[in-house]
Design a protein around this ligand. Sequence first.
Ligand code: F0G
Length: 457
Amino acid sequence: LTKMAEPYKIKMVEPLKIRTKEERIRLIKEAGYNPFLLNAEDVYIDLLTDSGTSAMSDNQWAGMMLGDESYAGSKNYIHLVEVVKDIFGYNYVVPTHQGRGAEKVLFPVLVKKGQYVVGNMHFDTTKAHIELSEGIAVNLVTREAEDVGNYHPFKGNFDIEALKSFIEEKGPENIAFILATVTCNSAGGQPVSMENIKEVRKMADKYGLYLFFDAARFAENAYFVKQREKGYENKSIKEIVREMFSYGDGFTMSAKKDALVNIGGLIAIKDDVELFTKVKTMLIPMEGFVTYGGLAGRDMEAMARGLEEVLSEDYLSWRINQVKYLGDKLREAGIPIQYPTGGHAVFIDGKKFLPHVPQEQFPSHTICVELYIEAGIRAVEVGTLLAGRDPVTKKEILPALDFVRLTIPRRVYTNSHMDVVAEAVKRVYARRDSIKGLRFTYEPPILRHFTARLEPV
Ligand code: F0G
């Protein structure tokens, strides 16, 4: 066969409502031109996030019925720990309610006031928790990530030279730890190569630093390594994951992505028992007792099963190719996207799409609003609206990467949905010259993109 369809069949459906264009114009206006403030029911195709939006399998749902809701020592916790040990080779594991719960518990243990946490590119809640721990978040992603239109197989890589000089300039005693985000969400869902991870490990050893992973999309990263990196063609996804994580000291994970569950997170530590003791001490007041960490037993069972399912190459190949399918359709129509397409989303270059809209008027966010009006599609801005203002000067930060993220939930939409999305983006692109930017009517002081209200300029 030259073309494979979904490697699953659908046995439960959730009907969607389709609002008329007039209704959508009214609804987005009432929502202050902010798709976060729309009711989900008013959205036809929801590409806001791939987080917590996956469809679980029959096997995961069956596991939900086996929830052991004991406060301590739940059998689902024991199963989850076994699965994590088997896949990642890490000995010490605790659940958390989601990824940021893991960050909230781990970071204060690792960060001393004024220390740097260097990463390829931190996710926004990750940056926020570094700062809440009185650390300073630093991004040292390869410069190729900014070369939006051109192919590079691993745009999520660390700039190793920059990493080395940063550590030497600041002194290793002023670095709390290194954090590798796989795949690198903020750079466009772009993977990090095994070679790069090994180089980062060498740096960590040389300067006596911990290397942690932000492992939300670990399996998608492993799939790209298999596809694009020499020497990994014939390895299984599980072998690749095992090798990747052998270079780390631990990870935080939002299980709402590659663990294929609607809620949950993890902290895992390879072998540092002292560090694990500190983590457990923090976990109990923050998230809950060690063997549930804010989750029900049934949630832990679904997560354990999801972690095993996501290693399926048939699944990953379908998943990554669905994202690519949408990316290719847009690229063929001349629409500027982060290329190659990442693992979980197609990222449109908003500045190139709407060159006449000043960055201060949020070109990428404006495109999200237009996509809702055009076809009831909800996308999300990862650009100037999200970046916010400089905390000192209060000036708008104008990030180099200003994207519309069309984020594809896992196992939820078919390629017919992707066709509708592609057509809608093309239609908005065709009338781009007449599109005007947006300005605030209400600007929240922090994390403004979630609740801001705007109006057309
Ligand atoms: N790290 C990465 C790389 C993420 O993408 C996210 C969440 C988190 C940590 C935080 O995890 O949401 O479970 O608390 N990303 C979502 C997104 C929200 O839409 O990209 P969480």
